[in-house]
Design a protein around this ligand. Sequence first.
Ligand code: FE2
Length: 167
Amino acid sequence: MLAQLLKIVIDQYRLKVDGVHGIHHWGRVLENGRRLAPLTGADPRVVELFAIFHDACRWRDFLDHDHGHRAAKLVQSLRGDIDLDDDAFGLLVLACECHTRGPRLPCDETVLTCLDADRLDIPRVGMWIRTNLLFTAAARDPVIMGWASGRAWHGEIPAVCADEWGL
Ligand SMILES: [Fe+2]
């Protein structure tokens, strides 16, 4: 499912696919999420889908406040292609929406894990991870922060790109 959805996402992506918000970022977010989810109790299916969708509708690499809303719309347009029950699907839509708009955040571990998986990759654009902006104790763990920030600083190409996505 993920590889087919990834193709749809890439085909409609307006920016450079290997840019700062492109596939390498999506892959690191996915791998961050895979590391966090067993610790936070998040639904790993939602976290993985969030990784490929959350920045899929960026029109600019920096200020683009509506891209989370557009990502949520894209997810909703693909309801028939996304194999999640309605509750999990709703969390995916909410996580995409929340990651830019910042409505009152739900205390839902799956959504918060999605947001942290993304924030742990912020060093790729030359910014430090701010511990006070992380939501979960798992993401604030110095071991996980060090692991994720090292990969982000160096723009490491995540294994998932070749191993699972064939990219
Ligand atoms: Fe992101």
